[in-house]
Write a protein of this length. Structure first.
Length: 295
């Protein structure tokens, strides 16, 4: 069951603007995908009439836009000169441009700062809208690179999408020679059901299904008790990447679940919202197998 993620020829899409946050995310994203030797497509959306300058003219010219993309390509080359990079300038909405590209992508990558737990993140922010609507996984990268020797953290709640998130984590860890921490957060009712034989040890079952295909990847199983969002945030302090499913058992677009939103907004580490739309044929077989197993 190798090659869970999409084939190498399917690109990673990176949203670009002229902010330092965007370029920091680009450099960190390049480091993330270097081990997989993937193609990158840098996408910038613009609106000619949206930003008047001091003299009344639009402040962005064609030369400015081309210069922005040239700087972005150079930023990638400085980190990984061997990566194949292409660029795309799109007039119109950034959300539309990125979600359209997501239909044929391995993942979409955006820069996003960590928000304080007390802050309310607007529902119409770019990261929220793309993470909610994209057909493929969405990686939100923080400005500061995470520790390279830290594990990948996955929230597993028994849903099919969280199982797929764990499968993605193990696949990525195999490229990066990293370890995985699979976390399930349980409440007291869950524990009572387990003691009475109503529920299986779902985390152990999922890990045992994956481990034989990735014997080189250490997978730690960690059971926590409490509220999933806060518990995952605490665990994320020691992670290089956090992976979660978008919402329960269905990969429907337009919404993120409470836990995935909490992690996306507030995690110190980069966050990958996993959707199963862009996987390889082998990955699709894994999806079918796990669906049959759970039905």
């Amino acid at each position: 069951m190798r090659e869970l993620v999409a084939p190498v020829e399917v690109p990673v899409i990176v949203g670009i603007d002229d902010s330092e946050l965007s370029f920091a995310a680009l450099r960190n994203a390049t480091r993330q995908i270097t081990a997989q030797h993937r193609r990158m497509r840098l996408v910038h959306a613009f609106n000619w009439v949206g930003t008047p300058g001091a003299d009344g003219d639009v402040s962005w010219s064609a030369a400015d836009l081309n210069g922005l993309m040239e700087r972005a390509v150079q930023a990638v080359r400085e980190v990984a000169p061997e990566i194949d990079v292409e660029t795309e300038l799109v007039q119109g909405s950034a959300v539309v441009a990125l979600t359209r590209n997501a239909e044929y992508a391995t993942a979409v990558v955006l820069g996003g700062r960590r928000n304080d737990i007390s802050e309310v993140v607007p529902w119409d922010s770019l990261t929220v809208q793309v993470a909610s609507r994209a057909a493929c996984p969405v990686l939100v990268v923080r400005p500061e690179p995470p520790p390279a020797d830290a594990p990948l953290l996955v929230g597993v709640d028994g849903s099919h999408m969280s199982e797929l998130a764990l499968a993605w984590a193990v696949e990525v860890a195999s490229y990066q020679h990293a370890s995985v921490v699979a976390v399930q957060v349980r409440d007291q009712e869950w524990e009572q059901d387990r003691r009475e034989g109503i529920r299986l040890d779902e985390l152990r079952v999922v890990v045992e299904r994956l481990q034989p295909d990735y014997p080189d990847v250490p997978i730690e199983q960690r059971i926590l008790t409490g509220e999933p969002g806060p518990e995952l945030l605490a665990a994320a302090e020691e992670a290089q990447l956090v992976l979660v499913g978008p919402r329960g058992s269905q990969p429907s677009r337009g919404m993120l679940g409470e836990v995935s939103q909490t992690v996306l907004y507030h995690s110190r580490a980069p966050v990958l919202i996993v959707r199963g739309r862009r996987v390889s044929a082998v990955g699709s077989r894994y999806q079918n197998e796990t669906t049959r197993t759970r039905s």
